[in-house]
Design a protein around this ligand. Structure first.
Ligand code: HEC
Length: 137
């Protein structure tokens, strides 16, 4: 009976230690992803929306500056992990709308609605070839 209890006690201590170690390992990651980076785009990874986004990308002249494959040209490349104003959904939404002060890109907030812009962003995400560890969307 007592042996059993001791065994149980060991198990509890072991589990606690395990959780503590896990927590120490995971806590810094959790803190980092909390720095108000929110995944807002309902279309990320949605193949049909990406195709629609691709059409919009051509129709509204995004490809004229960024290249159809997002490789850049007059506009910045969209395939790498360098994002001048930040890479999260909220930043790209306001950049494309034209709400970001200091951005040199034409404003699309009058021409496109948010739904269309999310599809465009979904297409932009599909072009990404940077480090997968840096994905915040
Ligand atoms: C007239 C050229 C031009 C057009 C058209 C254009 N862009 Fe841009 N785009 C730019 C420039 C220049 C920047 C860099 C903005 C800055 O530095 O503030 C940029 C930046 C961006 C970025 C951020 C890139 C980064 O690395 O930080 C995204 C995403 C983007 N554009 C998407 C689009 C989409 C989607 C469209 C079409 C709706 C579009 N752009 C149309 C010139 C253009």
């Amino acid at each position: 009976m007592t042996k059993r209890r001791i065994y149980r006690f060991d198990l509890t201590v072991g589990l606690l230690a395990g959780f503590l170690t896990l927590w120490c390992l995971l806590a810094p990651v959790a803190v980092e992803s909390e720095e108000d980076v929110k995944k807002l785009n309902p279309y990320t990874g949605n193949e049909q929306a990406i195709q629609e986004g691709r059409k919009l990308f051509v129709t509204y002249g995004c490809s004229g500056c960024h290249g159809l494959g997002g490789g850049g040209g007059m506009g910045h490349p969209l395939t790498d992990d360098i994002w001048k104003h930040g890479s999260d959904d909220a930043t790209l939404m306001s950049l494309i709308k034209g709400d970001l002060t200091g951005s040199t890109m034409p404003k699309f907030g009058q021409t496109l609605n948010e739904d269309q812009i999310w599809k465009l962003i979904a297409y932009v995400r599909s072009l990404y070839q940077g480090d997968p560890a840096l994905i915040k969307w």
